[in-house]
Design a protein around this ligand. Sequence first.
Ligand code: HPA
Length: 236
Amino acid sequence: MSVHLNASEGQIAPTVLLPGDPLRAQHIAQTFFDNPVQHNSVRGMLGYTGTYRGQPVSVQGTGMGIASASIYTHELIHSYGVQTLVRVGTCGSYQTGVHVRDLVLAQAACTDSNVNRIRFQGLDYAPIADFGLLMAAYQRAQAHGFSTHVGNIVSSDTFYQDNPGVMQRWAEYGVLAVEMEAAGLYTIAAKAGVRALTVLTVSDHLITHEETTAEERQTTFNQMIEVALEAALGLS
Ligand code: HPA
């Protein structure tokens, strides 16, 4: 038990996928896991543990934003001994060459959040993915033939921007996309010496406003989960 998770000791696998949406956690467990068992119900933030191709694996909803995701990341690592954490989520693209439904592997994550400024007393820390996980995810995505981009993203504290022009600055510096959690995940994992990666599908395009259907989003979401599971568990 930890403050926000009521799984018993040993119930959570060393490898955990982290969607923001608890119902996505349920979908992942029901679609991909063998023998999934729900391990968390606190705050309705659903979490499940089962196996994938014979290997133990868990999935845990994190909620939206660095603040919420950091709580689950911290407790999974420090109360349950989790060693590998792969966030799976959606992002908004800032680049014309990064299309809706493409995969984005977040090599690093900028942020407009103050959490690391506070943590590092005003200095700027560069949160990065685990290289082995990043490489494995890229190789699996290539093997499946999925359209994939690797690079910098930004984890923002605000979904609704008062001044979208501010966000355009990130794009000018090569940032591929925006989401809301990766910088927190990477920082906490780094301090604990565990592995973390963020795998995203582009759900909306902030420049071209390309559209996608719900069915197409579901297909690419499932492709992303396959890549995340294979990379996290070292499968080919
Ligand atoms: N902003 C932040 N997070 C997101 C977005 C966005 O536009 N799209 C998907 N996740």
